[in-house]
Design a protein around this ligand. Structure first.
Ligand SMILES: [Zn+2]
Ligand SMILES: [Zn+2]
Ligand SMILES: [Zn+2]
Ligand SMILES: [Zn+2]
Ligand SMILES: [Zn+2]
Ligand SMILES: [Zn+2]
Length: 380
């Protein structure tokens, strides 16, 4: 929403439109050709307006009877009706562009204000409903397709009627435009300057007043009927007052916009700094983790190495001890068998002659043994 407003505000200032085609009497007796030589470099009114103002966001086409929502986004009336049929909830419809909730008037979609500005740029309601009949022929009970519109008479003319129109002294200076030119919007600025907008209710009455109570432009007939007793001002004066008021408001809006733009920039700056600091923090955490892991791995390797050495030492010691014990047992066995044989089968002289070595040997084998104190490992 913010960006849209911002971009809409930046639309280029309107440049001068191309000159209106000259009155048809200057073109001689041939059928008038209202489209004059247009200098391609001079932008027309439509080119100087942001393109988003000219096409309906829903159907992507030139607006048909554009209606404007409170958020100031416009859509074709038929498009908005279809959209509301699907999307409206609790008497409100979300704007298809900015999602702002628009309360639907009691008259329905028709109750939203018509965007008369876009409407006139696109040729107005007159051209919204397909081919036009010649108004002059219709008055005489005939039918013929119109090819031109007289801006002063605000009537559509067929080829034959336009010939008559430019030969009559009263109307010969009138400005006419082809329907293609009307639809193109090239002369919308001039058309609006020449054509005075008439009342929807009182067809031939020009809208010249502004009802201050109802806040809407009205005609003189409206003033004495529906707006009887209401405070009114000439439309021109009311417009001047409104333009000066709205210009001040636009300055205010612009400074709000600048402020918000600055805030947005600050936030963008903050966001990128935040991202950077987050990335750095994550990297630092990862680095610390890597260092700790390496330290733990080193400690593990060292512990395993020390444990392996301890295991090897212990294994070697046990083997040596076992060898020593085997030796002792063999020696004792030998001494035991030897002594047993002598005592059983020897003569007294045999027994006594060997008494000392036997006693010595048994005594040496029966010396108290140092009990090994080695329980380095516990296997719980
Ligand atoms: Zn549309
Ligand atoms: Zn909107
Ligand atoms: Zn006609
Ligand atoms: Zn005319
Ligand atoms: Zn009226
Ligand atoms: Zn009123």
């Amino acid at each position: 929403m913010f960006r849209t407003v911002c971009q809409e505000m930046q639309s280029p200032s309107p440049a001068l439109p191309p000159p209106l085609p000259p009155p048809h009497h200057t073109l001689g007796p041939k059928p008038p050709k209202p489209a004059p030589q247009i200098n391609g470099e001079v932008p027309d009114a439509r080119e100087s307006i942001d393109q988003r103002f000219l096409f309906c966001h829903i159907c992507q086409e030139t607006y048909r009877r554009p209606k404007v929502l409170p958020c100031l986004h416009s859509f074709c009336k038929p498009c908005l009706e279809d959209y509301a049929a699907q999307q409206a909830q609790d008497g409100a419809v979300p704007c298809p562009i900015c999602n702002c909730q628009a309360v639907i008037p009691k008259e329905g979609i028709a109750g939203f204000k018509t965007n008369t500005f876009i409407n006139s740029l696109n040729g107005g309601d007159d051209l919204a409903n397909g081919p036009r009949r010649c108004d002059f022929c219709v008055k005489r009970g005939k039918t013929a397709s119109a090819i031109l519109k007289c801006l002063e008479c605000r009537e559509f003319l067929c080829g034959a009627c336009s010939e008559n129109h430019k030969l009559t002294s009263i109307t010969m200076h009138h400005h006419t435009l082809s329907l293609a030119d009307l639809r193109s919007g090239r002369y919308s600025r001039e058309i609006r300057a020449i054509e005075q907008v008439t009342c929807d209710i009182h067809k031939n009455e020009v809208i010249m007043l502004y009802c201050l109570k109802c806040r809407q432009p009205i005609c003189r007939d409206c003033k004495v009927n529906a707006h009887d007793g209401h405070d009114c001002a000439p439309l021109k004066d009311a417009t001047e007052r409104h333009v000066s008021k709205v210009s001040t408001l636009m300055d205010k809006l612009k400074s709000h916009m600048d402020l918000e733009t600055k805030m947005l920039e600050d936030y963008n700056d903050y966001s990128s700094k935040l991202k950077l600091s987050h990335t750095e923090l994550v990297r630092a955490i990862q680095q610390r983790d890597d260092e700790l892991c390496e330290l733990v791995h080193k400690l593990r390797d060292k512990t395993i190495e020390r444990e392996a050495k301890l295991y090897q030492d212990e294994k070697k010691y046990i083997m040596e001890e076992r060898d020593r014990m085997h030796g002792n047992i063999n020696a004792m066995n030998t001494a035991h068998s030897f002594t047993e044989n002598i005592l059983k089968h020897g003569q007294d002289v045999d027994i006594m002659s060997l008494s000392k070595p036997i006693l010595d040997r048994i005594a040496s084998l029966c010396l108290p043994q140092a009990i090994p104190d080695r329980k380095k490992f516990s296997f719980q």
